[in-house]
Ligand binder design. Structure first.
Ligand code: RIB
Length: 306
């Protein structure tokens, strides 16, 4: 049976420009390419989950504009259940302006309709949250709504995975009610600047995704590291979202943190081989092909060589 997973989060249209470098303040440069592709950390995680085989319910909002209808169409094509996505009048859909340069991305998000995912809006979907195996949230909707999601998950014993991105201060309630938190290295640095946050404080709960530096978490006795996998990188946008989706999928299948991280690490590696946040997100078969030969793991092979 498919695991039932809800994502409470943002839905954006990504306006992606690639250039040979990032312009400095006051500078104009000529770019290489421009694309409009679906994104938003919430929607991206929903797509990652759905491609892997989960039944996914998106809880979010779009504007009543052309971007909004296109975003809904994209999500529908990915088999995501959209009963809990309502449109907002007179507000634009969420938009992210993304610059790809020097092998990495920088992103400005204008929340638009995502700001209307209020705590009251989340409460309307309590039943949905209660019957989910796992719920995922990020921080591109109001943080009070993420707290409400955490509260509802806690009330109904639903596993709650928090991707604290973009980084901002986390309340004691969020720190307590999140079953897993998955910042990347720069988000962890930001969170630690606000209040000390170390892997040792959150055994088997705080998982740091480090891009090419791989994954790290504390298992209660030592820090475990899972190295990144060698792939040719085209676009890193959405790699963290792929990690979160795949991690949530593995957790819904009752895998332990180590197994879930290994699986998610492979899915995230595959995602950077194609353009766009959702472009390279793999199916379950693609992850299997990447990780296994004749049903046996080939991960060991790569590590043995180094
Ligand atoms: O994590 C990548 C996503 O961040 C992009 O799709 C963009 O929409 C921003 O939300």
């Amino acid at each position: 049976m498919k695991p039932v997973i809800s994502v409470v989060g943002s839905i954006n249209m990504d306006l992606v420009v690639s250039a040979y470098k990032r312009p400095s303040a006051g500078e104009t440069i000529l770019g290489k390419d421009f694309q409009t592709v679906p994104g938003g950390k919430g929607a991206n995680q929903a797509v990652a989950l759905s491609r892997l085989g989960a039944e996914v319910n998106m809880i979010g909002r779009v504007g009543e504009d052309e971007l909004g209808s296109n975003l809904m169409r994209f999500l529908e094509k990915e088999n995501i259940v959209l009963n809990s996505v309502e449109s907002v009048t007179d507000v634009s859909s969420g938009v992210a302006v993304i610059t790809l340069a020097e092998q990495d991305n920088s992103i400005i998000v204008v929340q638009g309709a995502n700001e209307y995912v209020t705590p009251g809006y989340v409460q309307k979907f309590e039943e949905q949250i209660a019957k989910s195996d796992v719920v995922l949230a990020q921080l591109e909707i109001p943080i009070e709504s993420v707290e409400e999601t955490a509260r509802l998950c806690h009330k109904h014993n639903t596993t709650f995975i928090l991707d604290p991105a973009p980084a901002q201060e986390l309340s004691p309630l969020l720190l307590d009610y999140a079953d897993y938190m998955t910042p990347n290295q720069s988000e962890l640095t930001h969170l630690s600047a606000i209040g000390e946050m170390t892997l040792e404080q959150y055994p088997n709960k705080l998982i740091v995704t480090g891009g090419k530096d791989g994954i790290a978490y504390f298992d209660g006795s030592s820090i475990k590291r899972i190295p990144s996998l060698p792939v040719t990188v085209l676009d890193t946008t959405g790699a963290g979202d792929t990690f979160n989706g795949a991690f949530g999928y593995a957790i819904s299948k009752k895998k332990d943190v180590h197994a879930a991280c290994k699986f998610a690490n492979a899915a995230a590696a595959l995602s950077v081989k194609k353009m766009g946040a959702q472009g390279g997100m793999p199916t379950i078969d693609e992850v299997r092909d990447f990780l296994c030969i004749n049903g046996k793991e080939r991960v060991a092979e790569w590590y043995c060589k180094s």
